[in-house]
Design a protein around this ligand. Structure first.
Ligand SMILES: *Cc1c(COP(=O)(O)O)cnc(C)c1O
Length: 386
């Protein structure tokens, strides 16, 4: 199936809605059934049959079909946030007494789930530097059920060897899960390397317009049904029909956005790599950084999220970021608009810089859809304040 077919046509039952090129927003909490027998069947098939919008909704169903096709999985579920998708997948995979092995620098709220919330329910986690698959194998315990990956992670972009870790997990009957938000399904296909469960913060590239918070779990039909009958229905962190529609609207341009972002990012990287005030550039496609063989094998596109470490003190970092005119100072990433986020903004690290989980002078940049020359000129003038 070609990409534009997935993005433009798959899952859209246009004959059912007057040929409308964009699907309707099924803004309904509830779906009436014609008879008691039909109601009985609808309850039995709630996973796919519209009965009540906390379960299946026809607008969300279009999005589910497309996301599963993009990731090459049997099915997908959508959620009201990426954090909800991560939590639902993890909770469906583990129970009391189980153990999780996770990469050492996951998304902050993934860490909070595993290290802060789940221990209260008897689920333990270890965080390991997973750049070497042997480290993951060594961290496994008899009670380990799940391996949680983020390749690359979203501040310093370390990668993991997906095929090697999937093989280790398969040989022991463990489930593997990856947060694929950074690469997007266009940049990396974890299922092709044997990863079982792929989660997304769709807030970022999938929706791509800075107007929706959403998440997805892409996996086998059996795993999606387990999630559906468990945390999906009980916690109820669903994507509203209107937000599902906005996500579909954003997805139409995913291919052109990701291509533009990849081209611009390569030009921004080339500029930053030779700037005297930039000590290090963190990005899998930056020269001299990361794991080039994994980048070659696993990544098809340069994502637009990168970090730089500046050759200055914290006041210098603040001056540079404040001087940016085309980058908004904000968290999140993956939208049309370019953003800057300095690690120093997490709190006042002056005097205790060693506690910062990443280099404290690190500034994360999200490259948007602007003319790359405009972004480079802006970075150039801001860096002169360092
Ligand atoms: C933003 C983000 C999340 C959480 O997604 P929300 O949609 O904000 O809940 C998870 N993982 C990564 C890598 C993220 O950047």
């Amino acid at each position: 199936m070609d990409l534009s077919h997935i993005l433009f046509h798959l899952g859209e039952e246009r004959d059912r809605y007057a040929g409308a090129v964009a699907p309707p927003v099924f803004q309904a909490s509830n779906f009436a059934q014609p008879t008691v027998a039909a109601m009985r069947a609808a309850i039995a098939r709630e996973y796919e049959h519209p009965l009540y919008t906390r379960g299946a909704n026809p607008t969300a169903a279009v999005l589910r079909r497309k996301l599963a096709a993009l990731e090459g999985t049997e099915d997908a579920l959508v959620f009201g946030s990426g954090a909800a998708a991560v939590a639902a997948a993890v909770v469906a995979a583990v129970g009391q007494g189980d153990h999780v092995v996770c990469v050492d620098k996951p998304y902050s709220w993934t860490r909070q789930l595993l290290a802060g919330l789940l221990p209260r329910f008897g689920i333990a986690s270890d965080f390991v530097d997973a750049r070497d698959p042997a480290t993951v194998a060594e961290a496994l315990r008899p009670t380990t059920r799940l391996i949680v990956l983020e390749s690359p992670n979203s501040m310093t972009f370390e990668q993991q060897d997906l095929a090697a870790i999937a093989a280790i997990a398969r040989s022991r009957g463990l489930l593997t899960m990856i947060d694929n938000s950074w690469a997007s399904p266009l940049g990396q296909s974890p299922a092709a390397f044997g990863i079982d469960v792929i989660v997304h913060s769709g807030t970022k590239y999938l929706a791509g317009h800075g107007d929706v918070v959403f998440g997805a779990v892409c996996a086998s039909r059996a795993f999606c049904e387990t999630v559906f009958r468990g945390p999906y229905m009980t916690l109820g962190a669903i994507l509203s029909p209107h937000d599902a529609w906005l996500a579909l609207r954003g997805l139409r341009t995913l291919a052109v956005r990701m291509q533009r972002i990849a081209d611009s990012t390569r030009r921004v990287l080339a500029f930053l790599e030779r700037h005297p005030k930039v000590r290090r550039v963190f990005h899998p496609h930056a020269g001299g950084y990361g794991q080039p063989d994994l980048t070659e094998r696993q990544l098809r596109l340069a994502s637009g999220l990168l970090s730089i470490e500046l050759d200055t003190d914290l006041d210098g970092v603040e001056r540079v970021v404040d001087a940016l005119e085309r980058f908004l100072i904000a968290v999140s990433w993956g939208g049309f608009e370019s953003l800057a986020f300095p690690a120093a903004a997490w709190r006042d690290w002056r005097g205790r810089e060693a506690e910062c989980p990443v280099p404290v002078s690190l500034v994360r940049l999200s490259i948007g859809l602007e003319d790359p020359q405009v972004l480079i000129a802006d970075l150039d003038q801001a860096l002169s304040r360092a």
